[in-house]
Design a protein around this ligand. Structure first.
Ligand SMILES: Cc1ncc(COP(=O)(O)O)c(C=O)c1O
Length: 416
């Protein structure tokens, strides 16, 4: 006999409070005070952003790091640095934050969406290759939810076609792909310190790279294309083409610098929690755990399982409700639809009241965005359940989460 579900009046699985903790403390305060005591909050004059970018680059074993005002800004800077411009195509993921595509559109380039692996929710290298045309300039590989995409085949395809690879690691700090850190495999790795990420400076972004030329291009692109390294004041303002102001302030740099000391612990906690969750639910009928490729290490920004409704004997939505009733916060799906199903793409209205950049003479081609374009990605959003992961969650929280998923699964499986 299965235990009665809390959804139908049975006892609730989770009866204790969830683990919580303070994300910011005296270290952040000390750095902020030091930043203010400099009497400037401008990154070029102060030391906090410089210290932060140096430390982050060192942690990643990268030669260079450029700071930006957000993760979105960082990706835009990366695109600018690799030379993405009007009429280029850039391949990316249909399940991601708008931040992955905003920079593409601001460069008047055309986002092209590749389909995903059904269980890692990362871009499928085969689909990427199918989407390559003579217009493809770059790939923005999104490492979703702390989990590294399959980079070896992606890099092989990119090198074969002479395409730049930008890794969007906004959700994936300290995520390993076959022993290498996600963000160090492609040409540029991009990160976010918005308030919802593993570490926070309120907002902010970083991009890392080894190539010196890319570094200078990125550095300038993040700061109006001013050449601050130049000793000739006239050369500083010799603007070759448009670039935005995405500068990080010393206040963001100060907080972000202190946050770096906590990063490894945060990612380690999340890794243990997510892997243990998989271990605890992997034998359940019709429940597909969050797939991490063999040899990889995820830092689980969130945990997302999928329901095979037929095998599980329950709809995704009912499973999600039953789990909530057991006291386990979760959300059905992730973003409401694939990104290409947003009005912006369906109506091809990049800039208000126009079809720019889709109808640009620099593009000179036609592109359609439609439901059915990436069937695996669409299916993921219809059958996934997203479960919160937090570095402050306790052993008890883990035990209760596993117990609740098992209870709900057993109930519906035995009912069949
Ligand atoms: C995958 C991904 N890329 C890019 C971004 C953009 O980062 P930000 O919000 O710092 O601009 C986010 C943030 O939500 C993200 O999750």
């Amino acid at each position: 006999m299965s235990e009665e579900l809390a959804l139908f009046g049975g006892p609730k699985t989770k009866t204790t409070d969830w683990g919580t903790g303070k994300r910011f403390g005296d270290e952040e305060l000390k750095n902020l005070k030091e930043a203010l005591d400099q009497n400037t909050l401008f990154y070029w004059y102060g030391n906090k952003v410089k210290e932060f970018t140096k430390k982050f680059a060192d942690m990643y074993g990268a030669k260079h790091c450029v700071a930006a005002s957000s993760g979105t800004a960082g990706i835009h800077v990366a695109l600018g640095a690799v030379g993405v411009t009007a009429g280029d195509e850039v391949i990316t993921s249909p399940i991601t934050d708008m931040g992955s595509v905003i920079g593409i559109l601001y460069q008047n380039a055309i986002p092209v969406f590749a389909d995903l692996d059904p269980n890692s929710y990362n871009m499928d290298p085969k689909s990427i290759e199918e989407k390559i045309t003579d217009k493809t300039k770059a790939i923005v590989v999104v490492h979703l939810a702390g989990n590294a995409a399959d980079m070896d085949p992606i890099m092989e395809i990119a090198r074969k076609h002479d395409i730049k690879v930008i890794e969007d690691c906004a959700q994936s700090y300290m995520s390993y792909y076959k022993g290498r850190l996600a963000g160090t495999i492609g040409d540029i790795g991009c990160f976010s310190v918005n308030d919802f990420k593993h570490i926070s400076a309120g907002d902010g972004g970083m991009i890392i790279m080894d190539d010196e030329d890319l570094y200078y291009k990125a550095f300038k692109f993040a700061d109006k294309n001013y050449d601050r390294f130049s000793t000739d004041p006239a050369a500083e303002r010799k603007i070759p083409y448009l670039a935005p102001n995405y500068r990080m302030t010393e206040l963001q740099g100060a907080v972000a610098l202190a946050q770096l000391d906590k990063l490894e612990w945060i990612c380690e906690q999340r890794n243990k929690y997510g892997d243990a969750l998989t271990e605890g639910i992997k034998d359940l009928p019709g429940i597909m755990p969050h797939k991490v490729l063999e040899g990889n290490k995820s830092s689980y920004w969130f945990y997302m399982l999928r329901i095979d409704e037929e095998k599980a004997g329950v709809s995704r939505d009912e499973f999600s409700k039953a789990l909530s009733a057991e006291g386990i916060p979760n959300q059905p799906g992730y973003i409401p639809t694939c990104v290409y199903e947003y009005d912006l793409f369906k109506n091809k209205e990049g800039y208000l009241g126009t079809h720019s950049p889709f109808d640009s003479k620099y593009y000179g081609k036609d592109i359609e965005y439609y439901t059915g374009m990436c069937p695996v990605a669409e299916d993921i959003l219809k059958t996934a359940i997203r479960i919160n992961v937090n570095e402050f969650y306790t052993e008890q929280d883990l035990k209760d989460t596993i117990a609740a998923i098992r209870k709900v699964s057993n109930y519906y499986a035995n009912r069949q």
